[in-house]
Unconditional design. Sequence first.
Length: 179
Amino acid sequence: MRYFTPQLWIGFNSPRREAAFKTWDHRFKAYRKSLRKILPGLGSRARRFFRDILILHDGTLTRFEVGDRITNPAVEARRGRAIRRRVTVRMYVLTFRGDRVYVLEYRQVTTVEVHFPGKLELFPVGMYPNFGDWGYDELTAPEKGLFRHEILFTSGASIVVEFRDFVFLRKRAETRRER
């Protein structure tokens, strides 16, 4: 991550806290400026999602799917269909309030990286290893038409997806009574 690094996040809880917050302000502004150049390359709904920088902060990754045919796994495997396989990544993220689920779908994926556990242990929670809360994420563009979404979790784990197309759905979270 370029703007919202694990080291900066650790700084918020250190004796150099004020310096970390000044750095945060500077990087936040630089990131917003960077986004203004990147966002026009995405569809209007995707632009809306990525423009709201902290939309999933403190959310929970409930499911992470990667596959060649996750959009339609039951399609018969016939000759010729194999060449049309395409990697898709889908994440389900429960908001901090627990009232909404965001379904993020990355299409025309070129790279998927999952770093679990992360290189740095940040703020682990719970008895068992887990990703922890969705901390910070950033969108960059390594080249024209290719986007890179990096997500840093409170545990220090991270996910990186490089893609050319993105869609998302926001829906009401199911309660126990509704199941």
